[in-house]
Design a binder for this molecule. Structure first.
Ligand code: IPM
Ligand code: MG
Length: 360
C-alpha cells in the first residue's frame, strides 16, 4: 500500500527517537512491499523558533492531508518562560484538539525480559503488568476556562474542569470496546467523593456499561488507583480516565514497566487519522547525546500501522522484532543492567529495523 505519514520530530530527543522509528518503518515497508511517503511539518519549540507560534496552520493542514501523524516530543527549558498560549505544549494540545483526537490509548506492558528493571518488588512484578490506559484527551481541566484575575488577596489563577455527557459517553465506549478485545474489565477512575465532574463521569460510565454486559465495570478513586498500581498492577485491564488523571497515571504505569521510555500512545478520533507518540517528554537533559530509548516511539509507529493503516501483520512483525532485540540483551542506558549490552538510541533503532528485515 501507499500511505502518507506526517512526521513531527519535535524538540529535545524528539528528532533522535523519531529517526529511529522511521528506520523501522522503512524496514517494514521494504519487507512487506509498501511505500510510505513522509512529510515533516513542525510543531512545538521548533515551530516557535521558526514561525513564532507553536502550531502553524500549515502543520494542521498537512496532518489532515495525511493518513497518520507520528510525533516525537515537544518542549524544553528554552521556551519555559513564554506565556501559556505560546508554549510548545500548547501546540500539542492544539493539534489533538484540531484533529478531534479525543481518545488516547496507552498500553503498559511489562516485558518478561525487563521484569528486573521494574521498580516493583519481584513478588509483585512476577504477576505481570498488561493494562491499557484509555485517557480522555480533548476535554476536562486541560481545555476548560482558565486565566488570571485579581481577588481579595491579589492575583489569582484558575483552571476549570468541565465535562459534558457526550464527551464522557464517547470515551467510555472506546474503553469498553478496548476491554471487549482484552480481559473484559474496565476500571473507571475519578474523584467522585469531591468533584462534580467526577460524579457526572461515574453516572455516565455506569450507563454506558449497560450496553456491555460482558464487561465487568468497577469505579476507583484516583488516589486509591495510584496506590493500587504500585500494590498490584496485575489487577488492571483497562483504566478509563479523565484527561489529567490519565496523564498522571500513565506516567506511573510506564515507570512500573521499567522505564518511561517504553510506553507508546495512540490518539484517535472519529476517523482513521491518528496521532502516535511516546508518552514521555522531550528529555532536554539528554538531547543530542544519542542515549534516549526509542522503543516507545517505535511501538507508537507499530500502533500506527494497524490502527491508521490497517496493517495488522506488520504491527505484529515490528513488535516481535522489538521483543527479539530485547531478548538478545540489547538495552539503551535507561534499562541497562549487569549482563546486558548497552547500545545507543540510533543503534537500537538499527537493530530493530534489521530484525524486521531478517526475521522469518
Ligand atoms: C502527555 C504529555 C502532555 C500532556 C504534555 C506535553 C502537554 O504529558 O502526552 O502525557 O499532558 O498531555
Ligand atoms: Mg504526560
Amino acid at each position: 500500500m501507499e500511505a502518507k505519514i506526517a512526521v513531527i520530530r519535535g524538540d529535545g530527543i524528539g528528532p533522535e527517537i523519531v529517526d529511529a522509528a522511521i528506520g523501522c518503518l522503512d524496514a517494514v515497508a521494504r519487507r512487506f512491499g509498501h511505500t510510505f511517503h513522509y512529510s515533516f511539518p513542525i510543531m512545538g519549540g521548533a515551530a516557535i523558533d521558526s514561525t513564532g507560534v507553536p502550531l502553524p496552520q500549515e502543520t494542521i493542514d498537512e496532518c489532515k492531508r495525511s493518513d497518520a501523524v507520528l510525533l516525537g516530543a515537544v518542549g524544553g527549558p528554552k521556551w519555559d518562560n513564554l506565556a501559556g498560549h505560546l508554549r510548545p505544549e500548547k501546540g500539542l494540545l492544539g493539534l489533538r484538539s484540531a484533529l478531534g483526537l479525543y481518545a488516547n490509548v496507552r498500553p503498559a506492558l511489562l516485558y518478561e525480559q525487563l521484569k528486573g528493571d521494574s521498580p516493583l518488588k519481584p513478588a509483585i512484578a512476577k504477576k505481570g503488568i498488561n493494562l491499557v490506559v484509555v485517557r480522555e484527551l480533548t476535554g476536562g481541566i486541560y481545555f476548560g476556562p482558565r486565566g488570571f484575575r485579581s481577588g481579595k488577596n491579589g492575583q489569582e489563577a484558575f483552571d476549570t474542569e468541565v465535562y459534558t455527557i457526550p464527551e464522557i459517553e464517547r470515551i467510555a465506549k472506546i474503553a469498553f470496546d478496548v476491554a471487549m478485545g482484552r480481559r473484559k474489565k474496565v476500571t473507571s477512575v475519578d474523584k467522585a467523593n469531591v468533584l462534580e465532574t467526577s460524579r457526572l463521569w461515574r453516572a455516565t460510565v455506569t450507563r454506558v456499561a449497560e450496553s456491555y454486559p460482558e464487561v465487568k465495570l468497577e469505579h476507583m478513586l484516583v488516589d486509591n488507583c495510584a496506590m493500587q498500581l504500585i500494590k498490584d498492577p496485575s489487577q488492571f485491564d483497562v483504566l478509563l480516565c479523565p484527561n489529567m488523571f490519565g496523564d498522571i497515571l500513565s506516567d506511573e504505569a510506564a515507570m512500573l514497566t521499567g522505564s518511561i521510555g517504553l510506553l507508546p500512545s495512540s490518539s484517535l478520533g472519529a476517523g482513521k487519522l491518528g496521532l502516535y507518540e511516546p508518552i514521555h517528554g522531550s528529555a532536554p537533559d539528554i538531547a543530542g547525546t544519542d542515549t534516549a530509548n526509542p522503543i516507545a516511539t517505535i511501538l507508537a509507529a507499530a500502533m500506527m500501522l494497524s490502527s491508521s493503516l490497517g496493517l495488522v501483520t506488520e504491527t505484529a512483525a515490528l513488535e516481535k522484532a522489538i521483543n527479539t532485540i530485547l531478548s538478545k540483551g540489547y538495552r539503551t542506558p535507561d534499562i541497562c543492567s549487569m549482563g546486558t549490552k548497552k547500545v545507543s538510541c540510533s543503534k537500537m533503532g538499527e537493530l530493530i529495523a534489521l530484525e524486521v528485515l531478517n526475521a522469518k
